[in-house]
Design a protein around this ligand. Structure first.
Ligand SMILES: Nc1ncnc2c1ncn2[C@@H]1O[C@H](COP(=O)(O)OP(=O)(O)OP(=O)(O)O)[C@@H](O)[C@H]1O
Length: 255
């Protein structure tokens, strides 16, 4: 995407840090995400990527640093408050409620945003308005024909699609996607990569992903996290050729 970097960031994180006991997992992480950008965060196992997403989404409180979303300091807000402002994380696969239908799972996300309650145990499917919005989110990810199926009966790849639908159902402006391709087969990951490519035109996306082929084909910019610190941010081409990145990460992958 050209020109995006010149505009004000939709999401800015500055000096974020998180420690668990003596282990500092993210350390002084600063990065900007431009409106409409797909910004990938890559790094070796245990680098702190998921922790960083938790800090951005509000699931974890940071020890230090600031998160600004659409010009507003949201550092003190919890996850539900951030979702209502339009910052949504794709929930982990385990948070899909297998016993509910695909539609009910999406409808509960609509309900979470609309603010009446965040009670996952109450089936929201009775509400027509919720269902209409939930169906729209399912249609965006190509799951509308699965709406009445139990979520537990979906294939692994379809569950990943449902996670994205759940994030979309919150009417998010920015989607935080944590390893959407993990555990998927070639065909399933192809569907998800196509889906992310489509979502790029309507959403700003922060993507954590180990699949480098997907990252380099989708991302506008890539940031590299190693031992909790960002060592580089740049275009896919610049990152691929960065000697420090190759030593710290990509070289290791190729080895
Ligand atoms: N709640 C916690 N308590 C203690 N340590 C934690 C906690 N959460 C994460 N860690 C540790 O923080 C480090 C970074 O974990 P994190 O999951 O953020 O890394 P990651 O980059 O997402 O890794 P992966 O690519 O393997 O998913 C790991 O050493 C992990 O064991």
């Amino acid at each position: 995407m050209t020109g995006a970097h010149a505009s004000d960031p939709i999401l800015a994180i500055a000096g974020l840090r998180k420690s668990f006991g003596a282990l500092t997992v993210t350390d002084d992480v600063t990065l900007d995400v431009a409106p409409g950008e797909l910004h990938a965060i890559i790094g070796p196992n245990g680098a702190g990527k998921t922790t960083l997403i938790h800090q951005i989404s509000g699931m974890l409180r940071s020890d230090r640093g600031k998160v600004t979303f659409r010009g507003r300091d949201i550092t003190g807000l919890n996850m539900v408050e951030r979702v209502r402002l339009g910052l949504a994380r794709s929930f982990q696969i385990t948070s899909i409620l297998d016993g509910f239908t695909v539609l009910e799972n999406a409808a509960m996300a609509v309900q979470a945003r609309s603010g009446s309650s965040f009670r996952f145990f109450r089936p929201a499917a009775a509400e027509r308005a919720l269902n209409t919005e939930a169906m729209a989110a399912l249609a965006q990810v190509g799951l509308e024909d699965r709406a009445d199926r139990r979520a537990g009966s979906l294939s692994h790849g379809e569950k990943r699609q449902l996670e994205i639908a759940i994030a979309l159902a919150t009417a998010a402006r920015v989607l935080l996607l944590d390893e959407p391709l993990a555990g998927t087969g070639r065909e399933e990951s192809g569907v998800l990569v196509d889906l992310m490519r489509t979502l790029k035109s309507s959403h700003t996306i922060v993507l954590i992903e180990h699949d480098m082929e997907a990252v380099f084909s989708l991302a506008d910019r890539v940031s590299v996290l190693v031992y909790g610190r960002l060592i580089a941010t740049g275009t896919p081409g610049a990152i691929r050729n960065d000697p420090d990145v190759r030593t710290a990460y990509l070289g290791e992958e190729a080895a």
